[in-house]
Design a protein around this ligand. Structure first.
Ligand SMILES: Cc1cc2nc3c(=O)[nH]c(=O)nc-3n(C[C@H](O)[C@H](O)[C@H](O)COP(=O)(O)OP(=O)(O)OC[C@H]3O[C@@H](n4cnc5c(N)ncnc54)[C@H](O)[C@@H]3O)c2cc1C
Length: 275
């Protein structure tokens, strides 16, 4: 976090890449030339000048390359962000929150399980793992999307499917269309065949909350300790630094205690609905 944690900085949109019909990846750079260091799993409060802000995870590698954030058009703020064009200035606060801390899995297996746009925050950690691939035994990505058209990062998925980077990738969809030859069904179906050693696994899960609950349960059934499963929780947020209380979930402030949290700490809280 910067010395003035609530002060937004101007960032310029360098490029935009459509991922799906409602989701866009923005490549952005600091207009003042000072790079923004972040950890995989952290988020920024991203906004338009004069407009409101939304918490958005960083999608790009924390180690190299330009900063990318992937946004689904859900409402006012995210609509403005997904329709920003190269040259536009945006505001960025942060980075905020906890990271995936994949180095806790060094020497063992890293199992990434993503649902839909949940691949966005995980991609940052995946790129970090692939940059240090020899530190891990097996790196697995299990990815589920509603339909083939709703998959994000299709270029990455195509490269990883061909073995680039040494990642074991399995993809499934809820509903197949014409031309889909892969598995159909829930992402949990992919867990038994993923070939990881549960006793030496760090699992990182991101997607809709119900999906994360089912995936965590399936991983625990497969022998992964609940404390070695990390999920990323979403709650409505305003300040991002634990002051306003918008994202409070019982004793936790999701913006500062999370968004990445060990499953054993939050399993009992995930049924608590937002106000
Ligand atoms: C830590 C964190 C990281 C996030 N990372 C990303 C990301 O990488 N990409 C991305 O597209 N989105 C991400 N989100 C969700 C994103 O912040 C919301 O979609 C956005 O704030 C909606 O604002 P809006 O003004 O566009 O829509 P609004 O009009 O405010 O909301 C549109 C709809 O989305 C619901 N909604 C709003 N915020 C949330 C939320 N946090 N969780 C669940 N439902 C919500 C509203 O209830 C409403 O139904 C993240 C959220 C958090 C908390």
């Amino acid at each position: 976090m910067t010395a003035a944690p609530l002060l937004p900085r101007p960032f310029r949109v360098l490029a935009t890449r459509p991922e799906t019909a409602d989701t866009t990846t923005l490549t952005i750079e600091p207009a003042d030339g000072r790079p923004l260091a972040f950890a995989a799993g952290q988020f920024t409060m991203l906004g338009t000048f004069g407009g409101a802000e939304a918490p958005i995870s960083v999608t790009s590698s924390p180690l190299a390359g330009p900063m990318e954030q992937t946004i689904r058009d859900m409402g006012g703020v995210t609509h403005d962000l997904t329709t920003a064009e190269p040259g536009h200035l945006l505001t960025v606060r942060g980075p905020y929150g906890t990271g995936w801390n994949i180095t806790d899995g060094v020497g063992g297996d890293l199992v990434f399980v993503a649902g839909g746009i949940g691949l966005a925050p995980l991609r940052s950690a995946l790129l970090e793992a692939l940059a240090n691939r020899t530190a891990y035994r097996r790196v697995v990505l299990l990815y589920g999307a509603r339909t083939p058209a709703e998959q994000v990062f299709r270029d990455d998925l195509a490269r990883w499917a061909h073995g680039d980077g040494g990642i074991a990738l399995d993809v499934t969809v809820d509903r197949a269309g014409r031309g889909w030859a892969g598995p159909v069904g829930l992402v949990t179906n992919l867990i038994p065949g993923a070939g990881f050693d549960p006793a030496q696994t760090l699992a990182l899960v991101c997607g809709p909350e119900v999906m994360m609950r089912f995936v965590a349960t399936a991983l625990i059934d497969a022998g992964v300790p609940a404390g070695r499963i990390r999920i990323s929780l979403e709650r409505n947020m305003k300040c991002g630094i634990g002051l306003c209380g918008h994202c409070q979930l019982r004793e936790l402030f999701i913006c500062t205690d999370g968004p990445v949290l060990p499953y054993d700490k939050v399993a009992g809280l995930m049924t608590v609905r937002e106000l």
